[in-house]
Design a protein around this ligand. Structure first.
Ligand SMILES: C[S@@+](CC[C@H](N)C(=O)[O-])C[C@H]1O[C@@H](n2cnc3c(N)ncnc32)[C@H](O)[C@@H]1O
Length: 284
């Protein structure tokens, strides 16, 4: 890949042609600024995957016409949409229906018997987790009319897919066949969730570290599964504190089994079958 400068704009020009080529100059040391900003703002620490991540950022930069990490970093400072596109290309939204189903079962039971009406999926990626709760409830109990599940994420492409509700065969592969038959419409090679379930959902862009995160209001239960893998321990604690700020006293927090290795302060650890979840202690 090359970017082109008009002859007059080039500092040195020994070519006879009207244009000179500028060789791309992606020095890993110049990417530090970008990696630091991503960690600071989104908690994502790519040090363990640095080589792979830098090549992804390089490909992104070249696709958008930049010839160095420095040029990309400068452009991002003035363009939120460029930053969002970069985050879209880096964040891994790998998810599927009925992932870690034991937690979904516990939550569905609580929704049904304790009248939980506000649930947060943070992060929701492309929405499979949100719809899994509704599908499980619909199949095994019923969906309380007052229930609303909010999904948040920083990947705008994943959020669009969640709103659309259309999925690949791989994504629905854990679902029983009768659930697919009853709740999805097959379009081409995709499985699209019927609109009846969508009315219980909303999907919004939100960074978990946003200082305004608490303005989402208070929830009976929060799922935050399989996001913290790229966070350092400090960021994990910061993330849990953000989640705590949107939980009602006595509310439940469901984390992925590999997300944290400490019991979050202010929470009680609960076990059921093979799964763990946390209850926010009520203040005395
Ligand atoms: C593997 S998906 C998890 C989806 C679902 N919770 C699950 O367990 O299958 C991880 C998601 O975390 C999102 N994410 C990463 N950092 C985030 C942040 N700071 N705030 C909100 N979402 C974030 C990514 O965009 C990605 O969609």
């Amino acid at each position: 890949m090359f970017s082109w400068l008009k002859k007059d704009d080039a500092e040195e020009n020994t070519e006879k042609s009207d244009y000179v080529t500028i060789e791309p100059d992606f020095r890993d040391s110049d990417a530090r600024e970008i990696l630091d900003c991503i960690k600071e703002e989104y908690g994502l620490d790519y040090r363990r995957q640095e080589a792979v991540t830098l090549r992804k950022i390089e490909r992104f930069a070249q696709k958008h016409g930049f010839d160095s990490f420095k040029a990309l970093a400068n452009a991002i400072k003035n363009s939120k949409s460029l930053e969002t596109s970069l985050i879209n290309s880096l964040t891994v939204g790998e998810t599927y229906f009925y992932r870690e189903i034991d937690q979904i079962k516990i939550l569905a039971q609580k929704i049904y018997t304790n009248g939980y009406s506000r649930v947060l999926s943070a992060p929701c990626s492309s929405g499979e987790e949100v719809y899994s709760i509704l599908l499980y409830l619909q199949t095994n109990h019923s969906i309380p009319p007052s229930l609303h599940i909010t999904g948040i994420d920083i990947n705008t492409e994943a959020l669009s897919r969640a709103q659309k509700g259309c999925y690949s065969q791989r994504s629905v592969s854990q679902l029983p066949a009768d659930i697919i038959d009853n709740h999805f419409i097959q379009k081409d090679r995709e499985y699209c969730i019927k609109t009846a379930l969508k009315r219980y959902t909303s999907f919004v862009y939100r960074n978990i570290f946003d200082p305004q995160f608490h303005l989402l209001g208070k929830f009976d239960a929060v799922l935050s599964r399989n996001m913290m893998i790229y966070f350092t321990d400090d960021e994990k604690r910061r993330a849990v504190s953000q989640l705590q700020s949107v939980l009602k006293p006595g509310g439940l927090l469901f984390l992925g089994h590999a997300d944290i290795s400490f019991v979050p302060e202010g929470f009680e650890k609960l076990h059921s079958k093979s799964t763990i979840y946390y209850r926010l202690k009520e203040r005395k």
